[in-house]
Design a protein around this ligand. Structure first.
Ligand SMILES: [Zn+2]
Length: 75
C-alpha cells in the first residue's frame, strides 16, 4: 500500500550531458519538477538542495555512481 508522501521516481543513467545550474561542474542529477521545469545539479548542489527538491520533484535522473541524498529512507 502506498502510504508515504509523494516521492519522485528515480532513474539511473550512465552519465548526464548537462552541467550544474549553480556551478560549472558536470551534472549528476536532473530533476524534473512537478510543475514541468527541469533542473540539473552537480552532486554537491543536488544534495545540498535535496530536502527542498525532493518534495517538488516528479522524476530524478541520477548519473551512475551518484548517491542522491533522498534515495534511501532515513535510518
Ligand atoms: Zn553545482
Amino acid at each position: 500500500m502506498m502510504t508515504t508522501m509523494l516521492s519522485p521516481e528515480i532513474v539511473t543513467v550512465p552519465s548526464l550531458v548537462d552541467r550544474c545550474d549553480s556551478c560549472i561542474a558536470a551534472g549528476k542529477a536532473e530533476i524534473v519538477l512537478t510543475t514541468g521545469g527541469t533542473l540539473v545539479f552537480c552532486g554537491h548542489h543536488a544534495n545540498k538542495n535535496a530536502g527542498k527538491l525532493n518534495p517538488v520533484a516528479a522524476r530524478i535522473t541520477v548519473g551512475d555512481g551518484f548517491e542522491w541524498a533522498m534515495q534511501s529512507p532515513p535510518a
